[in-house]
Design a protein around this ligand. Sequence first.
Ligand code: NI
Length: 184
Amino acid sequence: MVLPIYIYGQPVLRKVAEDITPDYPNLKELIANMFETMDKADGVGLAAPQIGLPIRVVVVDLNVLSEDMPEYKDFRKAYINAHILEVSGEEVSMEEGCLSLPGIHEPVKRGSKIRVKYLDENLEPHEEEVEGYLARVMQHEFDHLEGKMFIDHLSTLRKQMIKGKLNAMLKGKAHCTYKVRTVK
Ligand code: NI
């Protein structure tokens, strides 16, 4: 089932999301719905707060990029109770967008390497080091679990320049091809 994506201004996007317990109801179905919602919106990642749930669940699909980055062929993963333990490496700037911030694309500086812990879809625990494009997507998505959005990383000047677009979203104007839920 495709779910509506919550747009900037929705309070759930600013909450610190909570870990879930193994008996969380209908987790498999929730993950399937998140994948379907992300696919429909042509996203590479989606965090549960973006569908209105303040829980630490993220889905990522990098297969769409595998023509340019063959290492991500068939890469499709869910991360549960995801936490970033460490960010390191060289700071790299790259343009980002977000399904909760339609029409905004800005360069964001992030470390090139991270150490993360999470449970996979079978609730098996993992701790790993991640680099490259995946490290960027994971930092973006895991930020959502801390109540952060990529615009928080921008300079005051860049923030000023997107203010009009943000204010329009607060008034319920979001031009997208996918189903959304604005604050008004
Ligand atoms: Ni996002």
